[in-house]
Design a binder for this molecule. Structure first.
Ligand SMILES: Nc1ncnc2c1ncn2[C@@H]1O[C@H](COP(=O)(O)OP(=O)(O)OP(=O)(O)O)[C@@H](O)[C@H]1O
Ligand SMILES: [Mg+2]
Length: 466
């Protein structure tokens, strides 16, 4: 788990997200509190509960983006789920507990990946040995009955009378020569036949009785393992063989029991669940408490025990959710946080509001973040050997238009920039490299105006295009 301080976390988030400092601060504190708790005295540790957060803000202002970036920073098991995907227990669909199972699965993969990294070198050298065995078949069994071992050393000692290099020495020398070639990649394309565990076939879909999924038991896994692991022979280039065999050796080297134990520990102590679109499971107040609304409140009620802390059975064991951090987010256009059932409101004591984005924000969003949209397009076209330059005026104009359309038609936040840019650059993207052969293209303010103003002026048109 990362030990970034709150200020450092905000700094990191600043590299991708413009503005929204309140929200950044809250999540930074929440994240740091996890670390603080883990470093608190044992007897207090269990008492300190995470402070779950609700992020409220219009669409497209960075709620999901903050969560995504936070996840990377946290170095903790993290998943993002949409509240709308769940249905009340008893209805067809996914029940809310499945989010904990997914989180656990994520943690398992994460820990397994780390353990694999740790044994990577060893696995690679074992894979190398196996490939060498394939290239140079092992020595035939020595004649003398007393040497049972076929290892090269034993073979050497069994034939000391030979003059010059013995057969096994020659063998060893060839082996080393091949090892060199193997390492410098000159054998990469040569094919070898290897035996690999056959990948699970997706042809056979087994549907279990309803409710099986609840326990995270996959019938296919059960059946798949019945006859032990099947393996099959395949001819593959050495490049691929090395990868496959390394993976296989790594799997043999890591201790899955320990992986499971570590992963469960990590989920329970540091897991983060981000529940998006929580506002969409508010039952609409007033009329229309029927139809699709029927299971919404049910979903909220199902969420309660999980958020509050309870045990969820997963296929790796029981996961207690007491210390998992929940961050919920929603636009709350139609409904208000107060429309959530009261118990659930209480489970999310921290509320942060995200601000609508302004024209100035748009200018920064277009240019500043590491994944800024303009940088993305520049990178795309650089692959065609074209340098695209956006003049400051042009960027300002794009931002102004985005703000204008947001105000005029509908506020979709920074997503508006995507639609505007695709419209602006469509022609260029289509004409490179066939028609436009320049290696340098400059987007000027005039160009932006020429392409976009007709669309923007016409409200009906912009409703469809932008
Ligand atoms: N403040 C911001 N800084 C930089 N980029 C932003 C910002 N806000 C939004 N974006 C960009 O806009 C897009 C949409 O943002 P995001 O997915 O975070 O919206 P959201 O707030 O979750 O909206 P919704 O309520 O519709 O889910 C993303 O590509 C994101 O990079
Ligand atoms: Mg979102």
């Amino acid at each position: 788990m990362s030990d970034l301080t709150p200020h450092q976390i905000v700094q990191e988030l600043d590299r991708y997200i413009i503005g929204q400092s309140e929200a950044k601060k809250s999540v930074a504190i929440a994240l740091r509190n996890r670390w603080r708790r883990l470093n608190a005295p044992d007897d207090m540790r269990d008492e300190i509960m995470p402070n779950n957060i609700i992020m409220i803000g219009p669409t497209g202002v960075g709620k999901t983006e903050i969560a995504r970036r936070l996840a990377r920073l946290a170095g903790a098991p993290f998943i993002k789920v949409e509240a709308t995907k769940f249905t009340e227990v008893g209805y067809v669909g996914r029940d809310v507990e499945s989010m904990i199972r997914d989180l656990t699965e994520f943690a398992i993969n994460m820990v397994r990946e780390e353990h694999t990294q740790a044994v990577q070198e060893k696995a690679l050298s074992r894979a190398e040995e196996r490939i060498l065995d394939l290239l140079i078949p092992p020595a035939p069994k020595p004649q003398s009955p007393q040497t049972v071992s076929t290892s090269t050393n034993a073979a050497t000692s069994s034939s000391p009378a030979h003059k010059g290099p013995s057969e096994s020495e020659l063998r060893q020398r060839t082996r080393e020569k091949f090892r060199g070639k193997l390492r410098d990649g000159s054998l990469n394309d040569r094919e070898v036949e290897i035996e690999v565990a056959s990948e699970k076939s997706n042809m056979l879909q087994v549907f279990g009785p309803m409710g099986m999924e609840e326990m995270g038991v996959n019938l296919q896994d059960l059946f798949g393992n019945l006859g032990g692991k099947k393996s099959k022979k395949r001819r593959v280039p050495i490049r691929e063989a090395r990868e496959l065999l390394t993976k296989e050796e790594a799997d043999k080297l890591i201790d899955m029991d320990r992986v499971t134990r570590d992963a469960l520990e990590r989920v329970q102590q540091t897991g983060i669940v981000f529940i998006d679109e929580i506002d969409k499971v508010c039952a609409r107040t007033g009329a229309g408490k029927s139809g699709p609304d029927v299971s919404r409140e049910g979903v909220q009620r199902d969420l309660l025990p999980i958020v509050e802390g309870s045990g969820v059975m997963t296929k790796y064991g029981l996961v207690k959710t007491d210390h998992i951090l929940f961050i919920a987010s929603g636009a709350f256009h139609v409904s208000k946080p107060s429309d959530l059932i009261p118990e659930l409101q209480g489970r999310f004591p921290i509320r942060v509001e995200l601000d609508s984005l302004t024209e100035d924000d748009f200018v920064e969003i277009l240019t500043k973040p590491q994944n800024a949209l303009l940088k993305q397009y520049q990178a795309l076209l650089r692959s065609e050997g074209v340098e695209v330059d956006f003049e400051d005026d042009a960027v300002r104009e794009i931002a102004r238009m985005a703000a204008h359309v947001n105000q005029d038609v509908e506020n979709i936040g920074a997503r508006r920039l995507h639609t505007i840019l695709t419209t602006l650059l469509e022609e260029l993207l289509f004409d490179i490299p066939d028609v436009v052969t320049d290696t340098q293209v400059t987007i000027t303010r005039e160009r932006v105006e020429n392409v976009l103003s007709s669309v923007i002026e016409n409200r009906d048109l912009s409703r469809f295009i932008l």
